[in-house]
Design a protein. Sequence first.
Length: 126
Amino acid sequence: MLISFASTYLAWELGYETWTRKDGVMPALTIMKHSVNDDIMIKWSDYVYTKSVVHFKRVALTKIEYALLVAIILTKADAADLSSEGKELLYNEFNKYTKILLQYNQRRLGLIEGAQRLAECSRLIN
């Protein structure tokens, strides 16, 4: 999840329409080149590498929102092998960072608009 999120953010931040690594390589073009007659692969490549950037362009995250969303991703307690104490600790951290993101946006945009912005940001990671 984190790699997908970070790669999409990087492409948006660099002004590209599709995932692009820092060295300028576009994974979508590589896949499309090697699966010329495979319509399903081309469709999924477009969905994963290009359509995801569209959502980031629409939301236009601030650097603070991005950092808080990374923290939220890293504190999701959905791993099967975690102890109940570990899951509870991660759950508490998840709630803490979500609350910080909400408060940040409410200070910036107002109560209702801040809550709406939290929902927009959350859709990027869910």
